[in-house]
Design a protein around this ligand. Structure first.
Ligand code: ZN
Ligand code: ZN
Length: 116
């Protein structure tokens, strides 16, 4: 665990119209995640496996038009997101979301599968 102010959301905004999750962190930083990005980095065992090589992670081509249909907070540490392809097993831990903040990590490479 790092700085709890950095990794705890002060405000969670799941905008189904804009297809975007916005997290305002306790340290004042605001992170915005687009639905296809969230589907791409889905951390569930079905997408990532338990060990490298277990499963084939989702490719960008498969998920680039994915839409979020709902989300619910899991305890104080994560948000679970449901997508329109029926996939709803991804639990997105806030500390990992913060580490993956698109404005801090720069443009991601869709050719490289990447878990949260
Ligand atoms: Zn998944
Ligand atoms: Zn950022």
């Amino acid at each position: 665990m790092g700085d709890p102010r950095r990794e705890t959301p002060a405000k969670l905004g799941l905008d189904l119209k804009a297809q975007r999750l916005t997290v305002t962190w306790h340290d004042g930083h605001v992170s915005t995640y687009d639905a296809p990005f969230l589907r791409f980095v889905c951390p569930c065992a079905g997408c990532r496996g338990h060990a490298p090589g277990d499963v084939i992670p989702p490719a960008w081509e498969q998920v680039k038009s994915a839409r979020v249909v709902g989300g619910s907070q899991v305890g104080g540490y994560a948000i679970q997101l449901a997508f329109d392809d029926g996939h709803a097993s991804g639990i997105y831990a806030f500390d990992r979301l913060r580490d993956a903040c698109p404005c801090c990590t720069g443009p991601f490479d869709p050719a490289v599968p990447r878990g949260l």
